[in-house]
Write a protein that binds this ligand. Structure first.
Ligand code: ATP
Ligand code: MG
Length: 238
């Protein structure tokens, strides 16, 4: 049976006169990786930020399981079990790795926080080695691990990842994608925003392709990989 963790209907997001998201429909199913692909400016980050309550929607509905969350504050949404790893990582540079991770657990009790640390360090042993290191001295790949780790700290019911592969070397991208797949393997639910379409489709179950605020194509990832329109539009360079 399919359980819908997120059900988005006719979502609209505007910044003043600019309509960045023009009424999209999207579902995230439990235990699956759902990808949201698209070029620069398509509206991917805006969509994630609306789910997290970081930007207001101007229309439509966002349901987390059965509950409408589109009017809740970011704080209340985080407490429901929705965690986002933001684009550009947004780590507190002056804090240590461990301190940054602890911030990710601010909504949960000590026991869940301890589980979070164990899980983060299992996925990313390098973060454990560097737990006392000041975060601004981390490499790009380590910062990305920290951003994902921080989002995992509260054991969220759904993990929103905004371009985790951005600016990383191919080998590190491979590691990060493997861990996203492992998160799913342990029953996790992921909404993965990416521009790296080909690699994303390899680990995703279902994918949506956004262009200028609308969903152009959606379908099973395995089918989209063989979709000539998608390949022409987004995978041309591969
Ligand atoms: N705070 C804001 N104020 C005004 N316009 C914004 C704001 N945030 C985003 N936009 C505009 O909304 C549109 C969608 O932006 P968004 O960041 O959602 O795209 P994206 O798909 O995440 O792109 P990228 O792949 O480059 O990260 C863009 O045209 C952008 O300029
Ligand atoms: Mg973005």
């Amino acid at each position: 049976m399919i359980t819908k963790v997120l059900t988005i209907k006719d979502l609209k997001i505007s910044y003043g006169a600019i309509e960045a998201v023009k009424g999209i429909n999207l579902e995230v199913h439990e235990g699956r990786i759902t990808a949201l692909l698209g070029a620069n400016g398509a509206g991917k980050t805006s969509t994630l930020r609306a789910i997290s309550g970081l930007v207001p929607s101007s229309g439509g509905s966002i349901k987390f399981y059965e509950k409408e969350i589109s009017k809740l504050s970011a704080d209340k949404i985080a407490k429901q079990g929705i965690a986002q790893s933001p684009e550009g990582r947004l780590i507190f540079g002056d804090l240590t790795v461990e301190e940054n991770l602890r911030i990710g657990a601010y909504t949960v009790n000590k026991r869940i926080m301890e589980q979070g640390f164990a899980r983060c360090y299992r996925y990313f042993p390098r973060l454990e080695e560097r737990k006392k290191q000041i975060s601004y001295t981390l490499s790009g790949g380590e910062l990305q691990m920290l951003a994902i780790g921080r989002a995992l700290m509260a054991s969220p019911k759904v993990l929103l990842l905004d371009e985790p592969s951005l600016g990383l070397a191919p080998l590190i991208v491979k590691d990060i994608f493997k861990i996203i797949n492992d998160i799913k393997g342990e029953g996790g639910t992921v909404l993965l925003v990416e521009q790296n379409a080909l690699q994303t489709l390899k680990i995703a179950d279902y994918a949506y392709v956004m262009e200028t605020g609308t969903i152009k194509i959606h379908g099973e990832a395995s089918e989209l990989m063989n979709d000539k329109r998608l390949v022409d539009a987004y995978l041309g360079e591969h």
